[in-house]
Design a protein around this ligand. Structure first.
Ligand code: ZN
Length: 320
């Protein structure tokens, strides 16, 4: 039987970051403006290493390359997913991601990016940017040309526990006072549409207006997955989204629950509380991978986990 793979996160300083990754999660962060915890990542800009056990010190990208059996022989050149915790003390820039087809044609064969957000915590009056109010691409271009940002950008109130799927082409931004767990395709292609006219080191950050106008979905449409709830012993499992790239589930454990063996490997993040998996202690801020073929497992304790696995499109190596 394969062992559980616990990972050491990688941290990123960001101008908009804060200290909640230390204050709330107990991580050792590099500074007072730490914006991102790359919790499960095989990306070259932040490749997580194994924390313990016989694979200790190995990178996730290395395991993906050399020990594909841990991932059930899943296909693909790169590990398909990237899990982050984001501490937005200030607003992030307003951006949009291309889909696979656009990224392939315009970004040297890169993947596009679909991502989703689970709101771990937020200020009482916190908001988020998802979508826009332009009725057509012509109107979108005009509103951007005329800098009608407040009329264009769609801002929504949020609460702890909310969940959003961000399809390619969706205008989006995390606003200050928000702590998010993000599950995304392993890609970095982002077009920045608007940065609130802020300066970074005396200069505005680069914008990508034309590419943004190319890829923004007009008019905006929300994507809402059907949230399906099932009871497993002392746990409730709720599928938040199932799309070609990933399936994300929220597990609320209160007591003891036995889960069936999984076909695929599975990623877990402990978002709240503490407990154990098969007797191995778990606490808030732990991230681990249950390898393919691990078998059934038992979760115990009082905790909230966000779990993900590759979507059916990815697993079969299809380009959905
Ligand atoms: Zn994004």
């Amino acid at each position: 039987m394969h062992e559980i793979i616990f990972l050491e996160p990688v941290f990123k300083e960001m101008i908009w970051g804060g200290t909640r990754l230390r204050d709330d999660f107990g991580y050792e962060i590099p500074g007072e403006h730490t914006g991102e915890c790359w919790a499960v990542s095989a990306h070259p800009n932040g490749d997580c290493t194994v924390k313990s056990g016989s694979l200790r010190g190995r990178t996730l990208s290395g395991l993906w390359r050399e020990h594909r059996e841990l991932f059930g022989g899943a296909e693909g050149e790169v590990f398909p997913l990237l899990i982050k915790i984001i501490d937005a003390k200030a607003d992030l820039s307003i951006q949009v991601h291309p889909d696979d087809a656009y990224a392939k044609a315009h970004e040297n064969g890169s993947l596009g990016k679909t991502e989703c957000w689970y709101i771990l915590d937020c200020d009482p009056d916190a908001k988020i940017v998802i979508g826009h109010h332009a009725g057509s691409r012509e109107e979108l271009r005009q509103m951007i040309d005329e800098k009608q940002w407040s009329g264009l950008i769609r801002v929504l109130p949020i609460e702890k526990g909310d969940f959003f799927q961000i399809e390619p082409g969706t205008v989006h931004a995390i606003k200050g006072g928000t702590l998010i767990l993000e599950t995304q395709q392993n890609s970095d292609i982002t077009y920045r549409l608007y940065d609130y006219d802020r300066l970074s080191n005396g200069k505005p950050r680069e914008l990508h207006i034309e590419k943004s106008i190319d890829v923004i979905r007009c008019p905006h449409r929300d994507t809402a997955g059907e949230r399906v709830l099932r009871k497993i012993g002392g746990a409730e499992a709720e599928v938040l989204i199932a799309c070609p790239y990933y399936e994300v589930e929220k597990l609320s454990v209160n007591g003891e629950a036995d889960f069936e063996p999984e076909e695929s490997f599975r990623i877990f993040s402990v978002a709240e509380g503490k407990g154990s998996i098969d007797g191995v202690e778990l606490r808030k801020g732990d991230h681990f991978i249950l390898p393919a073929g691990y078998g059934g497992y038992r979760l115990q304790g009082a905790m909230l986990l966000i779990a993900s696995r590759p979507g059916s499109g990815q697993e079969k190596g299809r380009n959905c």
